[in-house]
Design a protein around this ligand. Sequence first.
Ligand code: F6P
Length: 323
Amino acid sequence: MKKIAIFTSGGDAPGMNAAIRAAVRTAKYYDIESYGVQNGYQGMIEGRIKKLDTGNVGNILQRGGTILKTARSEEFRTVEGRKKAYQNLRAFDIDGCVAIGGNGTYTGANVFTDEYNIPFIGVPGTIDNDIYGTNFSIGFDTAINTAIEAIDKIRDTADSHNRLFFIEVMGRHSGYIALYTGIGSGAGTIFLPEADNSIEHLMEQLEKSARRNKLFNLVIVAEGNKNGGAIEIANKVNALNADYDSRVTIIGHLQRGGSPTCNDRVLATRLGNSAVEALRAGKNKIAVGIIDNKIEFTAFEEAISKENALNEDLIRMAEILAL
Ligand code: F6P
């Protein structure tokens, strides 16, 4: 292993820079040259590949986003696109890649490594925490801390006016962000893509709380919810009972930026380091993860076909505490 390429792909996540830094520094330690591919798979197709030295990754550990930029590439889904990407990697004599991203990133890497003989190691980076093969993905901890800070502020104003707030957090297919921020903020109800929440049940909860004079002013909604986003759910509730003085807040991309928490920095550093160690050890078509605080590897095939399921105990606990 003489030259490796590192790239970030899909949605950015705080801590990706820490993973890039760790990969470059680990490579340097073993006298391996590092190259950065700009804009993920799209940049690979367009040949946007530049040498990365330790100087390029100085002072980035604490920065959100990704210095390599990121993208979602439609062209990489095509045979021609992947061929161009391969030719570009070959032109730089790249003999291994570190792919930092989510499910789409692993899927691309899986197809590519079926077709071409350049090993890829995946590093889980997404705020959604929806990747199988690791307890936590890079960016999740920062995202929930950013969201909780916003939710605490909303709670102050909700409480002062006796208002009911519907707060939408990210997570297209996964309720991780909603579940953690819901528990962390003491929300009355959490609408999860994985659970069978109904508007009727929410109405019952609201009425029960009102009878008991219990403060119930936060409903956390995961964007990928079956009942719709926060606006839709608020409208449904108000259509059934117009007495609730309700408001909606969508936290949106705010929760994807910002300086990574210490947990995310440490996680990303361990994963970035292990990815390079794995390439050196001759591994291919696998993603690195941390399970029960130990580095573990999962084949791309398995990682993309399984879900990082929510902990049922946490869902049950949140329901009990909402009573
Ligand atoms: O996958 C990460 C994520 O932030 C999701 O939570 C969200 O649904 C999506 O990306 C948003 O994507 P985009 O930034 O392309 O709008």
